[in-house]
Write a protein that binds this ligand. Structure first.
Ligand code: FMN
Length: 194
């Protein structure tokens, strides 16, 4: 079986974001697990707000199309997902189709839960993305990762949870390749969910 391609999506558009530190750690961990891992940092990608005449970035589209799965490191902003994360689905909905994703909520305080429920309730219908049941919340993120993406927490609890989530993601990614190679994926009659 070919190596898995997994893209880590950093959902913050802030410079020096804590989610970028988490994403760096995830990228390195996936690489040590033998995965072809890449990063899409929504701060650096600077994708304009979608409108009907917006031009799609073909390089990003190609990268997302090549991916077997995704990890989303999403900060909680005003109890929500940042707009840039939702924006991604307006441009690239079909790149996520029948692929697994591991959701990670990030907070400098004691939040980080709302991005998980929002993504699970509002982004899958037309994209057909598969959020795996395992997710993770990293609260007090600045006590957990430094600005080099190094794990600095006093206990290894979050590192173990992330490791387990990434391992599950790898297995789901292998399984869902089978779905995307099936007849029903080719023939599928309904482009959007109900
Ligand atoms: C516009 C904005 C709104 C925020 N709202 C919340 C919030 O609702 N809950 C929370 O736990 N943290 C909130 N934070 C703080 C984030 O937890 C903090 O910025 C953290 O570092 C994660 O975001 P980052 O990846 O952009 O750094 C907010 C930050 C910003 C910039």
């Amino acid at each position: 079986m070919d190596k898995l391609n997994i893209i880590v999506i950093c959902g913050s558009t802030r410079e020096n974001a804590a989610s970028a530190n988490v994403s760096q750690y995830l990228l390195e961990t996936l690489t040590t697990k033998g995965v072809n891992a890449g990063l899409l940092d929504l701060h650096k990608a600077n994708i304009p707000l979608w409108d009907e005449h917006a031009k799609t970035d073909e390089k990003i589209k190609e990268r997302l199309n090549q991916a077997d799965g995704f990890v989303f490191a999403i900060p909680e902003w005003h109890g929500m997902v940042p707009p840039a994360v939702k924006n991604l689905f307006y441009y690239f909905n079909k790149c996520f189709s029948h692929k697994p994703a591991f959701l990670i909520g990030v907070s400098a305080g004691t939040g980080g839960r709302y991005p998980l429920t929002e993504m699970r309730s509002s982004t899958y219908k037309n994209s057909f993305i598969n959020y795996i049941p395992v997710s993770c919340v990293i609260d007090k993120v600045n006590d957990t990762f430094n600005d080099k993406g190094e794990f600095i927490a006093e206990t290894d609890y979050i590192a173990r949870r992330l490791n387990e989530g990434l391992s599950f993601l790898q297995e789901y990614a292998k399984g869902l390749r089978h779905v995307r190679q099936s007849d029903i994926f080719e023939k599928s009659e309904f482009a959007n969910g109900m």
